[in-house]
Design a protein around this ligand. Structure first.
Ligand SMILES: [Zn+2]
Length: 118
C-alpha cells in the first residue's frame, strides 16, 4: 500500500519511513501545526488576560462582591481560569493568576485576591 504525503496527497516513493514527498511539504506541514498551536495558546492567553483585567477592575479593595451578570456584561468567560482552590469546607475558589472568585448563591460572586507568598 502506497503512503500519501499528508501535506499535498502525492504518493510517496522512496524509503519506507519517509513521511512526506519532499522537504518543502514537511516544512509546510510542521509550520502549519506550529502556527495552529501558537494561535491556540495565544487565544487562550488573551482570554485569561481579559478575565484577569475584569476581575482586577471590579476587585479594587482586594475583597468584594459582584454578580454574574456584571462579570458577563464585561465579557468574562467562566470557562477560563488558571487554578482551583478548595477550602476544607469544600468551597471552590477559581483563580485567574492571583485574582479569584467564589461562586455564591443567587448568581453572586465573591472576588478575592490571593496574597503573594514569599
Ligand atoms: Zn507533498
Amino acid at each position: 500500500m502506497k503512503k500519501k504525503c499528508p501535506e499535498c496527497g502525492t504518493k510517496i516513493v522512496g524509503r519506507a519511513d519517509k513521511k512526506f514527498c519532499s522537504d518543502a511539504c514537511r516544512n509546510a506541514h510542521n509550520n502549519a501545526l506550529n502556527k495552529d498551536s501558537k494561535n491556540l495558546v495565544r487565544n487562550i492567553n488573551n482570554r485569561l488576560r481579559k478575565n484577569y483585567r475584569i476581575l482586577e477592575s471590579l476587585n479594587t479593595s482586594g475583597k468584594t462582591k459582584t454578580t454574574g451578570a456584571k462579570l458577563r456584561e464585561q465579557g468574562f468567560d467562566f470557562t477560563y481560569f488558571t487554578s482551583l482552590y478548595t477550602t476544607k469546607a469544600g468551597a471552590v475558589y477559581y483563580y485567574v493568576y492571583d485574582q479569584g472568585y467564589l461562586p455564591l448563591e443567587n448568581e453572586f460572586y465573591l472576588l478575592v485576591k490571593r496574597e503573594a507568598k514569599d
